[in-house]
Design a protein around this ligand. Structure first.
Ligand SMILES: NC(=O)c1ccc[n+]([C@@H]2O[C@H](COP(=O)([O-])OP(=O)(O)OC[C@H]3O[C@@H](n4cnc5c(N)ncnc54)[C@H](O)[C@@H]3O)[C@@H](O)[C@H]2O)c1
Length: 325
């Protein structure tokens, strides 16, 4: 069993949910975060927190050695698609070189397992349901940095004999049923966050970017997965790669497409205000439709999603948005 886990980006949206679940499983949790997009209020009090940049290899290595870290969950990254298009160097430095630094800090230590958060944004446009063997061709700088980081991890693992779990997340949404953590960053440009923020206004307007795509209702389609379900996958995959001494690349989604329009309608339905759904222009970098084939994940671990329901996901977002005001 894994014991001492270091989470980079542990003060972020997904990192805080993973920490919450792993602490419940009685793991010792250590968090590294430079708080660039993370938040102090998301830091779990039962974890040990270091305000640190992942590029600081020597300090990271000292933490790994001092606390006998056996597993790393590497989430620290920049992830706003639009920003990445404008600032490719910033994204390359943080997501690719940052990953390289973390890997170097693991060299000749007791780290045995490395989990990495990759993304559906690495797949080629136009494939709809993708498996891990589907064609890779990221459309965005962000996607390109993630696929580069994946190959660094694979190379490192071969040379240094560590197990990796590369998890390709689809679109994450929702917040923990504990009510203590959720997505804070208003600039994250997440659909569910944008809609939640709008719903708190007097006259909410929900923008749908593109309404004449060749999809069931003309809007984009995504595989939205609740953040607590994603967090649990980390626990299951980490224990399994450790037990079997193996490495895996796994899609993480529900195997189900939901349109942006359906999401907007659900937000509207759950609001007592007059909500306008606004048809806005398409955005250049949006994939039209993409969902995960999660067969490989389900074959590897016994995972039963607990929040695979749009009503529940939207409700958890609204509750959280009210909480943080
Ligand atoms: N949210 C999604 O829908 C989604 C989808 C696919 C993949 N991912 C991946 O999941 C991971 C976590 O995303 P999130 O949604 O929790 O975002 P987030 O911005 O909330 O979390 C990222 C965290 O990393 C920290 N960080 C960034 N650069 C750092 C550095 N150089 N040193 C130390 N800390 C640093 C930030 O302060 C932040 O707390 C990212 O790697 C992202 O690419 C997210």
């Amino acid at each position: 069993m894994v014991k001492n886990i270091l989470i980079t980006g542990g003060a972020g949206y997904i990192g805080s949910h993973i920490a919450e679940i792993l602490l419940k499983k009685n793991k010792k949790i250590f968090l590294i975060d430079n708080l660039s997009t993370g938040h102090r209020k998301l830091i779990n009090k039962k974890a040990k927190f270091f305000k640190l940049d992942i590029h600081n290899k020597d300090k990271v290595r000292k933490i790994i050695e001092k606390y006998h870290i056996d597993s790393i969950i590497h989430l620290a990254a920049h992830l706003i698609i639009g920003e990445g298009q404008k600032k490719p160097k910033k994204y390359f430095k943080n997501n690719v070189l940052g990953t390289q630094k973390i890997l170097e800090a693991c060299k000749r230590t007791k780290v045995k397992n490395f989990i990495f958060s990759s993304t559906a944004a690495i797949y080629k446009e136009g494939q709809y349901k993708v498996s891990e063997d589907s064609q890779i061709k990221p459309k965005t700088v962000y996607g390109k940095t993630k696929i580069k980081a994946e190959s660094l991890i694979k190379k490192f693992s071969k040379k240094n004999k560590i197990n990796y779990g590369i998890l390709r997340y689809f679109n994450i949404a929702g917040s923990s049923p504990s009510g203590n953590i959720g997505l804070v960053n208003k600039k994250s440009d997440h659909l569910f966050k944008n809609f939640s923020i709008e719903l708190m206004k007097k006259k909410p307007k929900l923008n749908i970017y593109g309404t004449d795509y060749k999809t069931k209702d003309g809007s984009c389609i995504r595989d939205f997965i609740h953040v607590s379900d994603i967090a649990e996958i980390h626990y299951l995959v980490l224990e399994k790669i450790n037990k079997l001494n193996t490495s895996k690349i796994l899609n993480c989604g529900y195997n189900k497409g939901t349109s942006v329009m359906e999401v907007a309608k659900e937000f509207k339905r759950q609001s007592s205000k007059k909500v306008d759904i606004v048809y806005a222009n398409k955005r250049k970098d949006d994939l039209i439709k993409i969902i995960a084939s999660n067969n490989k994940l389900r074959r590897f671990v016994k995972w039963r999603p607990k929040f695979n329901n749009l009503t529940k996901i939207v409700k958890s977002c609204i509750v959280w948005e009210k909480n943080i005001r």
